[in-house]
Design a protein around this ligand. Structure first.
Ligand code: HPA
Length: 268
């Protein structure tokens, strides 16, 4: 077991989370809904990266949601902060080492579809690694040739969709395209994204999905839509808008996830 997993195992005691969740900016309200929480700052965990993006807390929160034990990672570090696509590798490796085999990834994203407005939640069905980067570059083992045909787990996707239906929340489905950031896209890039089959664009998640599949985790992912892509409205994009808008879709997503946990969506 690596040092980070060892430390977390000791801090978690008897807790046995059924899933780990990486929260994007503005999704902190999911943590507020958790009970019986234990908080461990990333800075205390050997090898964990520390983010400086405003709006990210940087802590592991263990607790209960929908009557199930979960492990939330709040405050992911992005490629554009680190210049390293594998910056989240210690985190994903620790989850796998702890024996947690299901990972939910969340993010905020821009919509490239007129019919998917800000405030929507989109389940990621597939992705396009448009940045051209890969977190497994330099990995020496044969395991680096990870199949990505079923990167987003079919059974977990079905359960997420069922949970949304149960609570009467609209859940879009679509393709997430990864841009490196930190600048937003241009209007031409958004038109390109649409032409190439993307439904949403963002600056995270894809490298984590690749790492998670490398470590054998089952992945389910969702985007909270905070804005239309560049050029789709008259307005300029800003990080302030992302932070202001994320709680709207975030409340929807928290509602859906609570139902998924409660109905055993992460149990097997
Ligand atoms: N582009 C990229 N990342 C984002 C966006 C966007 O429009 N909105 C929130 N994250």
């Amino acid at each position: 077991m690596n040092a980070a997993a060892n430390y977390l195992r000791y801090r978690l005691g008897e807790r046995r989370p059924v899933a780990a969740m990486v929260l994007g900016s503005g999704l902190g309200l999911l943590v507020e809904a958790m009970e019986d929480t234990l908080r461990v700052p990333f800075a205390e965990i050997p090898g964990f990266p520390v983010s400086a993006v405003t709006g990210h807390a940087g802590e592991v929160v263990a607790g209960r949601l929908g009557g199930r034990d979960i492990l939330v990672l709040s405050g992911r570090v992005h490629y554009y902060e680190a210049g390293d696509a594998a910056v989240m590798r210690p985190v994903i490796a620790a989850i796998a080492d702890l024996g947690i085999d299901r990972l939910l990834l969340t993010n905020s994203a821009g919509s490239v579809r007129q019919d998917m407005p800000p405030g929507s939640v989109m389940m990621i069905e597939d992705h396009i690694a448009f940045s051209g980067l890969n977190p497994l570059i330099g990995e020496a083992s044969e395991g680096r040739f990870v199949g990505m045909t079923t990167a987003y787990d079919a059974a977990l996707r079905t359960r997420l969709a069922e949970a949304a239906e149960t609570v009467g929340e609209t859940l879009f489905g679509g393709v997430y395209m990864w841009f490196s950031g930190p600048s937003f896209e241009t209007p031409a890039e958004i038109r390109m994204a649409r032409t190439l089959g993307a439904d949403a664009v963002g600056m995270s998640t894809v490298p984590e999905t690749i790492l998670a599949r490398f470590f054998g985790l089952r992945v389910v992912a969702a985007s909270v839509i905070t804005n239309y892509g560049a050029g789709m409205t008259g307005a300029e994009l800003s990080h302030g808008e992302t932070k202001d808008m994320a709680p709207r879709g975030g409340a929807r997503l928290a509602h859906i996830l609570g139902a998924m946990l409660e109905h055993g969506g992460f149990d097997d």
